[in-house]
Design a protein around this ligand. Structure first.
Ligand code: GDP
Length: 439
């Protein structure tokens, strides 16, 4: 572990974002404006001197101010140059939503990392299960929402945690809870979207899944592969090696290589970074390359602010020195935060909408049409069989009628025969009487 000797980068001085926790309860005190810093880095106003932020210093502002329309003076001016501004204002007014799922066995530093990333305290009232409870424990889903506001931009962040994941002795089904949750959110969105009131749909779809890999072990475990294989077509998976301060530089590099090899061998595709636009500036391209090269991010989390050489840093104090989580030499924390918040949050949402949700929607529509086809087929078969039944009923009645006709005919024959017999007998009687009179 590298000792903190050089002057550590100062914590950002800008205004902290305001936080309100809807489910974790109460307002959390923000310890510094890290999110503000990450976003300000995009506008080239960041003071932080670590490598990623330094490269973004020359980036132009996100939304260059458009020319104010002037009807009299500027005759060549049509006015659509304000479109980005209009979209920007509308989005800011509406606010943003982002849902992050964190998956990994307990103790890997998930809660610490989430709190460090968003400067909140989402896990205040957390209770740790004891060993007996954990043996039988099943994975469940716990959802926490935090409203963050920074420079007038509101973000509703939902963190979906999966406590109990991989804790039980038999954790074969741990993946099921995650896939079910993701599908449920897609289903809900699909139902809302097909409903009458589509204006205020709440988007609870999972936009990103941070999957925590333990630093011990040599690569991905079978359980990791099983879960990732089941999830990679439903959600943007970003792999994170937790507690990376347990590994030295070479070990981190080797573990990363083996993980990537495992993924390739198993044909698993994690979130794909979009290609950098050719008109992006060189600094941005360099930053993009660095982010891509860091996958899977090896992170260290901490919610403790330490003072090193007169500067306040977020770090972990060890007997031999301090691990500064925001130092790119010590961990990929800053890279992960830049990727997740500053540069790729919108792309994660777009990929969720355009790829994963579209897949789900296409499946739903194909299932619905297959069901409709089956129903139609059933109805057709029912109507055919009822027509056949009618024919059968008719023929049965006919048969009975014919039988009755036959019986009646037979009885008529019998009656005629009897009448004939009676007639004969009567004639004979008459003849007898005549002969007696003749005598
Ligand atoms: P979770 O169960 O995955 O949410 O893990 P926690 O965030 O509760 O962390 C479990 C323990 O690991 C706590 O004592 C943390 O202080 C510690 N921890 C968290 N992050 C790190 C890290 O990056 N490195 C080290 N060495 N310990 C960490």
């Amino acid at each position: 572990m590298k000792q903190q000797q050089s002057t550590p980068p100062p914590l950002p001085q800008s205004q902290p974002p305001s936080l309100s926790l809807s489910q974790a309860g109460g307002a959390a005190a923000a310890e510094g404006s890290v999110v503000a810093n990450a976003i300000s880095s995009l506008n080239g106003t960041n003071n932080n001197n670590n490598s990623i932020d330094a490269t973004t210093k020359t980036r132009p502002p996100l939304y260059p101010k458009p020319k104010t329309p002037s009807f009299d003076k500027d005759r060549d001016y049509i006015g659509f140059a304000t479109l980005p501004e209009q979209v920007h204002r509308k989005s800011v007014k509406r606010g943003f939503e982002f849902t992050l799922m964190v998956v990994g066995e307990s103790g890997l530093g998930k809660s610490t990392l989430i709190n460090s990333l968003f400067l909140g305290d989402l896990y205040k009232n957390r209770q740790m299960p004891n060993v007996e409870e954990r043996i039988e424990k099943t994975t469940r889903v716990e959802k926490k929402t935090m409203d963050i506001e920074e420079r007038g931009v509101r973000l509703r962040l939902t963190v979906v945690d999966t406590p109990g994941f991989g804790d039980a002795i038999n954790c074969e089904d741990s993946w099921r809870v995650c896939t079910q949750y993701i599908d449920e959110q897609f289903r809900q969105y699909f139902t809302d979207e097909s409903g009458l009131n589509r204006r205020n749909i709440q988007d609870n779809r999972v936009h990103c899944c941070l999957y925590f890999v333990p630093p011990w072990g040599h690569s991905l475990r079978q359980m990791d592969l099983d879960l990732i294989r089941r999830l990679h077509r439903k959600v943007n998976i970003v792999l994170v090696i937790g507690k990376a301060d347990c590994l030295n530089k070479t070990e981190v590099r080797k573990l990363k290589e083996r993980i990537l090899q495992d993924l390739e061998d198993n044909h698993i595709q994690l979130y794909q970074f979009p290609e950098c636009d050719s008109d992006e500036d060189d600094d941005f391209k360099q930053q993009d390359r660095e982010l891509k090269a860091s996958i899977p991010f090896a992170v260290v989390g901490s919610n403790t602010i330490l003072e090193v050489a007169g500067k306040k840093v977020r770090g972990r104090q060890y007997p031999w020195g301090v691990v500064n989580v925001e130092d790119a030499e010590h961990s990929d924390f800053i890279k992960l935060r830049t990727f997740l918040i500053s540069t790729h949050m919108q792309d994660l949402k777009d990929t969720t909408q355009d790829v994963h949700y579209e897949n789900f929607r296409a499946q739903c529509i194909s299932q619905i049409s297959q069901h409709a086809l089956r129903e139609r087929g059933k109805l057709k078969r029912d109507s055919i069989s009822s027509t056949n039944g009618f024919d059968a009923a008719i023929s049965e009645t006919d048969r009975l009628l014919l039988q009755k006709d036959e019986e009646i005919r037979r009885m008529q024959d019998m009656l005629t025969q009897m009448q004939e017999k009676l007639k004969q007998t009567h004639l004979m009687e008459m003849k007898k009487n005549d002969s007696v009179i003749d005598v």
